[in-house]
Design a protein around this ligand. Sequence first.
Ligand code: NAD
Length: 284
Amino acid sequence: MTRIIDGKVISAAVKDRVKEGVAELNKKGVTVGLAVIIVGEDPASKVYVANKKKACEALGIISEEYALPENTTEEELLALIDELNNKKSINGILCQLPLPKHLNEKLIINSILPEKDVDAFHPHNVGRIMIGDYDFVPCTPAGIMEMLAFEGIEAEGKTCVVIGRSNIVGKPMGMLLLHKNGTVTICHSRTQNLKEICKGADILVAAVGKPGFVTADMVKEGAVVIDVGIHRTENGLCGDVDFEGVKDKCSAITPVPGGVGPMTIAMLMQNTLTAAKKQNKIGD
Ligand code: NAD
């Protein structure tokens, strides 16, 4: 029987853990605060920001939302980030991407203090992930590692294939699996023999951004398949994996919706708690 990995159950367990952690800090007189900046009117971004705010409220994390108009200048945005970098009650700062085209994304990300960079996009945090000495991991790959741990699926000694090499998902995902002693291949749009490579995977992570891209002929019998993709279609949400075609072939699979998606916000909450602990020099 194929195991359907339930992101709703696992994210709820993470959130419970975070809620307890926040309450512990509050008992010590320490609050936990997250600032979320959104520039412009992107509807999907607005939904993500609203969900982040809701999650903060449910866990006792103070959330501050900064909704800036589309025509915000780089100077104005940098000034706000500088103010939040210096604000004691704010432990984490997140700038919702994508930013409008006239803003230099790299410059903005680099201006967030690494210790408040709960998205783990700052080069300092990216470098720390590389050497395996990190406080924050980008929320989606962190959520996937949490799911594997919850399900007792070990990467050690396994052949792990990640499809996609984005800085947000594919690359950090590969590093995390490597830190867990998996043998990792990262595939991308120029990869030759993709099907053959995927067929060798014990753990296959699809972060390719194409609906139904991973089909049954690309999956090894008994593999664990993690679907990162989210696509809005006429028939509702779907992922990068042809779920119906693949599910009977693998030993475990994440569905879309209800798989990786719910984990991302839970891990953001976890990173915000970690930031508050570090900034207040409170250990685990
Ligand atoms: P991206 O577009 O930045 O990266 C896609 C990657 O896929 C690229 O590295 C590219 O080289 C690779 N690729 C494209 N075509 C390919 C092909 N034919 N063969 C092999 N590789 C190919 O996307 P991303 O930001 O990494 O996101 C990937 C997907 O995950 C998207 O659907 C996105 O919406 C979703 N996503 C979900 C969450 C979540 O919380 N569940 C979070 C982030 C992203």
